[in-house]
Write a protein that binds this ligand. Structure first.
Ligand code: G1P
Length: 298
């Protein structure tokens, strides 16, 4: 039986420049999507997949993220005294008791691959997940919440081969992502398919498919050895994609296509669409959003 995925690395050391000025004093990961910070949605997604340790790779000035997952005794005491049980519940039970949040610093912004490598000592040679907190994965409403990430973990459990979640994107957007090369194999939602290559932000002539890597990975610990040898790639950064392209040559690596709604909350359009999409899923606000749209003739 394969080693269970207990740990998830969430890199949070980015400066959030695409969301300035909102992110001047507030970490971008704490901007709210609907009623809670974006990172809380992502942490809950990881926990739904069976993760019991969240490793934040962070930097100075972003301590508020750790505080969000910590106890706040004064606030809890006051809410309790006032009998505000419902709000108290949302503050106290952000994560279940069996889940631990730890953190490690990334002193230099040297890229996603470098951020993951910073967590090496905490990962203890175990397989692990990586979830990028800019990306909100909203699963099809007919399924369980966080179905896609859970399927990614299941695919690892069955194969013990690393898994990378992908989704089809429009051709004019593909150069912003890591892109999957399936060597002509077809892929359909939730089939785990062997990758022939992965390219980070390919030039238009080199785009191997329209399947974009969207920030959810389940990986064997060997990728950390490869990251130690990975040289700076696109944008002068140590790219996780480049280490994965090496990994697949020796250990194999699969892609798992999702049909979830993907919102990139690291830019204004994606942030707005994420808020509207989550709001539309809550019966309390759905009618109001619809009314606003109708009223404004949008
Ligand atoms: C990172 C990864 C890229 C992936 C993307 C998903 O890029 O390097 O492979 O497709 O996240 O959002 P970034 O958006 O940090 O440039």
């Amino acid at each position: 039986m394969s080693a269970k995925i207990k740990k998830a690395v969430i890199p949070v050391a980015g400066l959030g420049t695409r969301m300035l000025p909102a992110t001047k004093a507030i970490p971008k990961e704490l901007l709210p999507v609907y009623d809670r910070p974006i990172i809380e949605h992502v942490v809950k997604e990881a926990i739904a997949g069976g993760v019991t340790e969240i490793i934040l790779v962070t930097r100075s000035g972003k301590e508020a993220i750790e505080n969000h997952f910590d106890a706040h005794y004064e606030l809890e005491h006051r809410l309790e005294k006032k009998g505000k049980e419902t709000i108290l519940g949302t503050v106290k039970n952000i994560i279940p008791n069996h889940v631990k949040v730890t953190s490690i610093r990334q002193a230099d912004a040297l890229g996603l691959g470098h951020a993951v490598l910073c967590a090496k000592n905490l990962l203890n040679n175990e397989p692990f997940a990586v979830l990028l907190p800019d990306v909100l994965v909203l699963d099809n409403e007919s399924r369980d919440r966080n179905y896609s990430f859970t399927q990614l973990v299941e695919a690892w459990n069955k194969t013990e081969v690393g898994q990378v979640m992908v989704e089809r994107v429009d051709s004019d957007m593909i150069e912003n992502y890591g892109v999957a090369d399936l060597g002509g194999e077809t892929s359909k939602p939730f089939d785990s398919v062997a990758l022939k290559g992965l390219v980070e932000k390919p030039a238009p002539k080199e785009v191997p498919s329209n399947l974009a890597v969207l920030g959810r990975y389940v990986l064997p610990s060997r990728v950390l050895d490869l990251l130690e040898k990975t040289k700076a790639g696109v944008g002068g950064e140590i790219q996780l994609t480049d280490a994965l392209d090496e990994l697949l040559k020796t250990d194999g690596l699969n892609s798992l296509e999702t049909d979830a709604e993907i919102h990139d909350c690291g830019n204004k359009q994606g942030f707005l669409s994420a808020n509207l999409a989550v709001g539309m899923r809550d019966p309390e606000t759905r009618e109001e959003i619809k009314r606003l749209f109708e009223m404004s003739g949008w």
